[in-house]
Design a protein around this ligand. Structure first.
Ligand code: ZN
Length: 386
């Protein structure tokens, strides 16, 4: 190639490269900031409480190597995921507190179980371990940083590429997850066997932790599925780290009053928060379900409501995966107004319940459920004064 030709070719390549880079930058900007404005993070508000992390060891098992470093990196990633979702949903730069030993290492409380691994099976093992952990905290009250406890138990199966055999669920303020040899954040996002295995147990931990932090199941709305992906408290345990996964406004509205998200020390989870219905109106119009409700708080302060459209059967953890959710603030002290667009619902033509979960400032929730069934394709409005 002659020198001049070479220069022209080089110039052409450079122009194409510049143009491509400029065009792709435009596209990137559009996809990252659909609103066109830069997101400025509000100042971080550290929590006054921390999640207790327990490594619970049956008598016949050993912790997997390097567990504190591996679990610390995983927990810091999940802590930041919760933080970003709190910001996006307008609840401030907050997340659950972790008790840090150093900048990078989370304090993990080692508790030895009284039984061998067989004594803590998936079914019922969580309840047995909870009793022993509560006894430990009763004897060591200084080590307890909040009411919320994440319990991690080592894999009981011999094959570390097919781990399992431990409790894995939420149980009140306790939740259970599992450690195994390859449970390491370095596999996050990989689509090979290690990566897919990691997503299952990593997404599972983040999801079960949500239960341990007061969260019920819910599903992404139709429009948000396209932009934000899958709700963590729906099927997000299968997608976290691999595909777009997010936390709904309703989930973050509940976390807003969770003890380990609180920037200040105060009383949490009083049992006597009671509210009653005063005036409930749920009307069905062409484009919207119009909800207009007044509740009377007999004790405590209602700070918001999570509202669910839950296809029947509704209520109870196993039935709530399909419930699209909304968060509303009270209009005065305990009135809520919400329009649910039919277009946001995955199965609008199936019978359903509207569940209104009142959220109190002390973290306590109280739910009211209204069932609706189509009669000859038509729904009847519900208007009731109490
Ligand atoms: Zn769940």
């Amino acid at each position: 190639m002659k020198c001049r030709e070479f220069k022209w070719s080089l110039w052409l390549v450079l122009c194409i490269a510049l143009c491509w880079s400029a065009c792709s930058k435009d596209n990137e900007d559009e996809s990252e900031n659909p609103g066109g404005t830069e997101v400025v993070e509000p100042p971080f508000q550290p929590s006054a409480y921390a999640l207790n992390i327990v490594y619970f060891l049956p008598t016949d098992l050993q912790p997997f190597e390097d567990y504190q470093r591996r679990l610390s990196e995983i927990m810091l990633w999940i802590q930041d995921f919760y933080r970003q979702n709190m910001i996006r949903n307008g609840f401030g730069n907050r997340t659950f507190g972790l008790d840090m030993e150093t900048d990078k290492l989370v304090r993990i409380i080692n508790i030895s179980g009284k039984l061998t691994a067989d004594g803590y099976p998936y079914e019922g093992g969580g309840t047995i371990a909870t009793k022993e952990i509560n006894a430990y905290f009763a004897a060591h009250p200084d080590e307890k940083r909040s009411e919320h406890v994440l319990v991690i138990m080592p894999n009981t199966k011999k094959n570390n590429m097919d781990p399992g055999g431990t409790p894995f669920y939420g149980l009140g303020k306790f939740c259970f997850a599992m450690d195994y040899r390859y449970f390491d954040i370095k596999y996050n996002g990989l689509t090979n066997d290690d990566g897919l295995l990691f997503t299952k147990w990593f997404g599972g931990l983040a999801h079960e932790l949500g239960h341990g932090l007061n969260l019920p199941h819910n599903k992404e709305r139709v429009s948000l599925q396209a932009t934000l992906g899958t709700a963590l408290m729906g099927a997000g345990n299968y997608t976290l780290g691999l595909y777009p996964t997010y936390m709904t406004e309703a989930s973050c509205g509940i976390l807003n009053n969770c003890q380990v998200f609180s920037p200040v020390e105060k009383d949490f989870y009083r049992d006597n928060n009671v509210a009653r219905e005063k005036d409930i109106s749920i009307k069905f119009e062409k484009e919207y379900i119009r909800i207009n409700t007044v509740f009377q708080a007999e004790s405590g302060v209602i700070v918001g409501a999570a509202v669910y459209f839950d296809n029947l059967p509704a209520g109870g953890a196993a039935n709530e995966y399909d419930a699209e959710s909304w968060y509303v603030k009270p209009v005065a002290t305990d009135s809520f107004v919400l329009d649910i667009p039919w277009s946001e619902l995955h199965f609008p033509k199936k019978d359903f319940a509207i569940r209104i979960r009142l959220l109190f400032t002390d973290g306590h929730n109280r739910e009211f459920m209204y069932r609706f069934e189509y009669k000859n394709g038509v729904l009847e409005d519900y208007i009731q004064k109490y």
